[in-house]
Design a protein around this ligand. Structure first.
Ligand code: ADP
Ligand code: MG
Length: 283
């Protein structure tokens, strides 16, 4: 596998007074360049702690994280790693600095010392990539949550990051804003080859991922294609995750003897399975 990020036997401990708590425990993970990975897990399972290790914001207590082969412990390459792996957090209001959209997007490349003419090109391209070009002269505070998160993503694109790590970027958004973000991420992944690592607790946001990882208690308990993960209703319930309604329905029908394929996740796919099963019952 051509990994952009390698997490090798990593443990992360929080120390408070006399107590030590391992939020991530001996975890290993390879993220393939150009892939779209979703990480699921209930509150406290260690997702944010892991996310912050992927670009060196958190340094492992033991084990190593490599970004493009560079160890995040190496202080000389800290800026290079932060540029390669950009992070987006939950709260859109905490991530916007400037009072004009295009100035905000320019902030990252300015800090990298990029020439002004080049910055201008990158900012325009990044705003087009997240479909926010028409707002380039707007005031961020007048934008919706989804638009603000897209501005935050544009800031990372303008630094030419190869990988985006997003820690529950849609948690504070309405359904429309959430869909805008998920669509934008898939487009950037498809058209620009940007590697996406999306942390979420919304199951439906994992539907079109290449791979879904489920975390529990600081470790990985499942790592597979979305349809495999979602059809494992018992595993999802055992770690306190909601199961998509289509998966739940097919799971229950199968349990009572209907010949349905529990991997059909979309509403139309599930409906098709049910019709097929009913037709075969009638014969
Ligand atoms: P998630 O993002 O999956 O909700 P976190 O990585 O935020 O999980 O937290 C994992 C565990 O680490 C939780 O038990 C949490 O209480 C603990 N934790 C997180 N941040 C800190 C901190 N700054 N100090 C002490 N414990 C923390
Ligand atoms: Mg978290």
């Amino acid at each position: 596998m051509d990994s952009i990020i390698s997490v090798r036997n990593v443990t992360y401990e929080y120390k408070e007074d006399e107590t030590v708590y391992a939020a991530v425990r001996n975890l290993s993970l390879e993220i393939e360049r150009g892939s779209f990975t979703v990480i699921l897990g209930h509150n406290g399972s260690g997702k944010s702690t892991l996310a912050k290790m992927l670009n060196g914001l958190n340094k492992p207590t033991s084990g190593d994280v490599l970004v493009d082969g560079i160890n995040t412990r190496d202080e000389k390459t800290e800026i290079e790693i932060k540029r390669k792996v950009g992070m987006v957090f939950q709260n859109p209001d905490n991530q916007i600095i400037a009072s004009i959209v295009e100035e905000d997007v320019a902030f990252g490349p300015e800090n990298l010392g990029i020439a002004p003419a080049e910055i201008r090109l990158r900012v325009d391209e990044a705003l087009k990539a997240v479909d926010m070009y028409e707002f380039k002269n707007s005031t961020p505070h007048h934008l919706s949550g989804g638009q603000k998160q897209r501005i935050a993503i544009a800031g990372i694109i303008a630094m030419e990051s190869e990988c985006l790590v997003l820690d529950e970027p849609t948690a504070m958004l309405d359904p429309k804003g959430r869909a805008e973000i998920i669509d934008t991420l898939h487009r950037l992944n498809r058209e620009k080859g940007i590697t996406v690592v999306l942390i979420t607790h919304y199951m439906e946001e994992a539907e079109n991922a290449d791979r879904v990882i489920v975390m529990n208690d600081g470790g990985i308990i499942a790592d597979a294609l979305p349809e495999i993960i979602f059809s494992d209703v018992e595993m999802l319930k055992s770690v306190g995750l909601d199961v998509p309604q289509t998966a739940e329905l097919l799971y229950r029908l199968k349990k009572i003897g209907f010949a349905v394929d529990t991997h059909a996740l979309s509403v139309s796919g599930a409906a098709g399975e049910i019709i097929k099963a009913l037709n075969s019952e009638e014969k």
